[in-house]
Write a protein that binds this ligand. Structure first.
Ligand SMILES: [Zn+2]
Length: 344
């Protein structure tokens, strides 16, 4: 009898010490189709709650007032296609649930009774094309670009890669091609097309060439007034095609002032570095690195830009990849991936 009295005393004092009865958040569940997260509250009382969303960190924060969390109501790594992880924080009189979303995910919270629960439906953000990418396939028309091993022409190879890149990106970005056929377009007109269409990034696609047939590999350039002697040589080579077809490339002016020039350079170099690493690894090609140089086609564009030398058309093993659509697709995928990484 004494034992039961003691037990009743303990139960009473415990519930008294908590004051008003709190709602218990009992469980967090995920359903696959449609993709949703369910927060079970148990019982029949709907808690007051506050929801905030931090767009920059893609973080939903819900605070349930006068609520405590059950033992199994805990943080977890989800790593799904919609939710990265969930953090549960126990406050003195409330429970905080932080939901870290993956990229491009929309959410909608709704309440259900009997039993009380909150349901968050997730969906992928589609066709929200915020950015415009200018894809510039080098050379074209009477300008074949570099003629390589077994007479493969730069203009054909880079146009194929450019088209695959357009396919790769068109669902997520507005795409403008400086040329969509085998057509000659002067360098300054290419930059102008980019500016007219308010491009957020200019991607010029080329293939390198060298007198030494052994020279091979992948490299990415961006516009810089200063350059190494090697990068200056590559830029002079690409610029020379403009000159050869009657264009005075020195007339192509840098559009914006120094602040923009520096900001664009930093961004361009970042994309270039990311791309050089992943491309050479995936294609098993030598990574010749990234370089700043005075490329006329990049100088005239008002924004960050990269010039991709997809490989050496003068090298037999690079050409073996450059000529095959299977590898051209992979090249486009890698370029596309770095662009996505940069914007999203
Ligand atoms: Zn070229």
């Amino acid at each position: 009898m004494r034992y039961y009295l003691l037990l009743i005393f303990i139960i009473l004092s415990t519930s008294l010490s908590f004051g008003a009865e709190r709602i218990q958040a009992s469980n967090i569940r995920f359903n696959g189709t449609p993709p949703q997260m369910v927060i079970d509250m148990g019982g029949s009382t709907k808690p007051k709650y506050e929801l905030n969303y931090d767009e920059v960190n893609r973080l939903i924060f819900i605070e349930f007032k006068n609520t405590k969390a059950a033992e199994q109501f805990v943080s977890r790594n989800v790593n799904g296609s919609y939710v990265r992880k969930v953090d549960v924080v126990r406050y003195p009189t409330s429970v905080g649930v932080f939901i870290h979303l993956q990229k491009n995910v929309d959410y909608k919270l709704s309440y259900r009774s009997n039993p009380v629960r909150f349901v968050i439906d997730f969906s992928k953000r589609i066709n929200k094309k915020e950015y415009t990418i200018i894809i510039d396939a080098g050379h074209g028309g009477q300008d074949p670009g570099a003629i390589g091993f077994k007479k493969y022409r730069e203009k054909d190879v880079v146009f194929a890669v450019a088209k695959y890149l357009r396919e790769e990106l068109k669902n997520d970005f507005n795409i403008v091609m400086t040329r969509s056929s085998d057509k000659f377009i002067p360098l300054n007109e290419r930059a102008r097309i980019g500016n007219r269409n308010r491009g957020d990034l200019f991607v010029s696609i080329h293939a390198n060439s060298a007198a030494a047939a052994s020279a091979s590999g992948f490299e990415v350039f961006y516009y810089s007034k200063k350059s190494s002697p090697y990068a200056a040589k590559v830029a002079a080579f690409e610029n020379s095609f403009g000159e050869e077809y009657g264009e005075d490339t020195s007339n192509i002016a840098q559009v914006k002032g120094e602040t923009e020039y520096n900001a664009n350079k930093v961004q361009s170099a970042k994309i270039a570095d990311d791309l050089a690493r992943s491309y050479s690894k995936r294609l098993n090609m030598r990574n010749r690195g990234t370089h700043g140089a005075n490329f006329a086609v990049l100088r005239g564009f008002d924004g960050p830009g990269i010039l991709v030398e997809t490989g050496f058309i003068s090298n037999s093993s690079d050409v073996w990849k450059l000529k095959q659509s299977k590898y051209q697709k992979i090249m486009a995928q890698e370029i596309g991936k770095s662009i996505r990484n940069h914007f999203y």
